[in-house]
Design a protein around this ligand. Structure first.
Ligand SMILES: [Mg+2]
Length: 209
């Protein structure tokens, strides 16, 4: 698959893009967000910007993080890249669509990391258990290095246990699982995010960052 030049690829299967001009002091905690199924409705390997529909729950979440100066960082597995379902150009278009829809509601994302490695991939992207692919913590650690984050105080929201596990392995203490069950995962408290009460708890946690 031919890729356009100028894409923010740190390596063949790792997208790292600074998406705001906001400067953050050293040692801030971040709000890490999964993308598909968390910010936007998961349509199974979304590759067309016209397919994107936001889940409205994340708008106040991102806005609150913006208000308190906590960097908002998307960390998304994109095995569709490895599998050859679409290329980084299509990822770029979908991702731009997501960010533009958020921006219309004054919700700003500060950094996006995407992992295109998968064991069922081809060529350089065929890597099993790549350190950047969730549940491994590589994308969170990379963002931590680039933004000088306090990972322990950072929060993660996702719709899969792999999101929570990536948070736990990056040293976070709190995660919210969309439509999931609460649990404790070896140092990480997993809280459910199912209703307005759960959302209120998450917003309170973000306000105290
Ligand atoms: Mg997801």
């Amino acid at each position: 698959m031919v890729e356009s030049a100028g894409l923010p690829l740190a390596e063949p299967g790792l997208w790292v893009e600074r998406t705001s001009a906001t400067a953050f002091p050293v040692g801030r905690p971040a709000l890490f967000l999964d993308r598909d199924g968390t910010i936007n409705v998961d349509t199974d390997y979304p590759s067309d910007p016209a397919e994107i529909a936001l889940r409205p729950q994340m708008l106040p979440v991102i806005e609150t993080a913006n208000q308190v100066g906590a960097p908002v960082v998307i960390v998304t597995n994109q095995s569709g890249i490895a599998r050859g379902y679409f290329g980084w150009d299509a990822f770029a278009a979908v991702n731009r669509g997501v960010l533009d829809l958020l921006a219309r509601s004054n919700a700003v994302v500060d950094m996006v990391l995407a992992c295109g490695y998968h064991e069922k991939g081809t060529g350089a992207l065929a890597v099993a258990d790549h350190p950047m692919r969730k549940p491994n913590p590589g994308m969170l650690l990379e963002a931590g290095r680039r933004l000088s984050l306090d990972l322990e105080r950072s929060l993660i929201v996702g719709d899969k246990l792999a999101d929570m596990e990536a948070g736990q392995r990056a040293g976070l203490e709190r995660g919210w699982l969309v439509d999931g069950e609460g649990s404790t995962m070896d140092g990480l408290s997993v809280l459910p995010l199912r209703n307005a009460t759960d959302l209120g708890g998450l917003l309170t946690a973000i306000r105290s960052l």
